[in-house]
Ligand binder design. Structure first.
Ligand code: F6P
Length: 343
């Protein structure tokens, strides 16, 4: 029986467990495959920390948030123990023929490098940010949008009661997908995204026009949004494990500026990791399950170096090179369509 490894790497994301379950069930039932899970992302692959993924180990997990394997941002080339030779030795010892890496851009870049160094790898894309160019949607995004929309709805009732301007900051790194979807769904009066800097004057104009209609303004801001005078997205939390600035805090910058300029009492809420926690939506469970099943088929074909992706309603295979380093931004036409209704 052919045996394969699965790992989840990078930030966690609702739907990861559905992928693991989908791969194990399809692999067992259709292809006669067996799976082990590497614990804590690439760290488990380097340090040979595994658990057997039987049918019963994945029973009922698709509705659970997080990942049963744990995750980390440790890369496979971690010094001094990582690198292709160490990893090949682990795979040989476990009689594992290849590895499924479930992750975002950094995970896929590492998988691609391992492939080039002779380690058989395939990939499944994940991120709540929905910013991978190679796929129409990533699982996790739908759940994050639902949570952000509910938060916005809740802010609206307290904002209405006090006639305050409420600012909700959502995640997304340098893409505004979560802000756009949650903002449109919640009927926000202003949506601010990294792809479309807006001046403070313009933002305040929208806020005041809402107040003039005797409504409480609701502003949704993506963490990567910049005012025109800002060179980079706001960050005062240091770097993450990939040496990228940790974003977050622009809502707290904006709220006092809006209050000062408009005289309207303004409060900011940063939603943070709540967007990544808890049960996945049905959409994310279905997409995760389909990705999991599809990656088992990729393994059966020995189609190494491929990542599964959603195009329209179809699951397709794309080379790692197509998947890495291409950020999918919110198209300006989409933003401008929503912007026509701001204020
Ligand atoms: O990429 C997913 C994401 O949740 C981003 O939206 C956010 O900027 C980042 O990860 C937060 O990372 P961490 O979990 O390391 O704080």
């Amino acid at each position: 029986m052919a045996r394969y490894g699965i790992l989840t790497s990078g930030g966690d994301c609702p739907g990861l467990n559905a992928v693991i379950r989908g791969a194990v069930l399809e692999g067992n039932a259709v292809h006669g495959q067996e799976f082990v899970g590497f614990l804590g992302g690439y760290r488990g692959l380097v340090y040979n920390e595994v658990k057997l993924l039987t049918r019963s180990a994945v029973r009922g997990i698709s509705g659970r948030g997080g990942t049963i394997l744990g995750t980390s941002r440790v890369g496979p080339y971690v010094e001094p123990d990582g690198g292709p030779d160490a990893i090949k030795a682990v795979l040989e010892e476990l009689e594992v023929e290849g590895v499924v890496a479930i992750g975002g851009d950094g995970t896929m870049a590492a998988a691609n490098r391992l492939m080039e160094d002779g380690v058989p790898m395939v990939g499944v894309p994940k991120t709540i940010d929905n910013d991978l160019e190679a796929t129409d949607y990533t699982f996790g995004f739908s759940t994050a949008v639902e949570i952000a929309t509910e938060a916005a709805d809740r802010l609206r009732t307290t904002g209405d009661s006090h006639m305050r301007c409420m600012v909700l900051e959502v995640m997304g790194r340098h893409a505004g997908w979560i802000a756009m979807y949650a903002g449109i769904a919640a009927g926000a009066h202003t949506i601010l995204i990294p792809e479309a800097p807006e001046s403070l004057e313009q933002i305040c104009e929208w806020v005041v026009s809402v107040k003039d209609r005797r409504r409480a303004p609701l502003v949704i801001v993506a963490e990567g949004f910049t005012l025109p005078e800002m060179a980079d997205a706001f960050s005062d939390r240091g770097l993450d494990e990939f040496n990228r600035p940790r974003l977050g805090g622009i809502g707290d910058i904006l709220a006092p500026l809006i209050e000062e300029r408009t005289g309207i009492t303004t409060r900011a809420t940063t939603l943070g990791h709540i967007q990544r926690g808890g049960v996945p939506t049905a959409f994310d469970r279905v997409l995760g399950t389909r990705f999991g099943q599809a990656i088992s088929d990729v393994l059966a074909d020995g189609d190494w170096g491929k990542m599964v992706a959603l195009r329209g309603t179809e699951i397709v295979r794309v080379p790692f090179s197509d998947a890495v380093g291409h950020t999918k931004n919110v198209p300006l036409g989409f933003y401008n369509g929503a912007r026509a209704l701001f204020g």
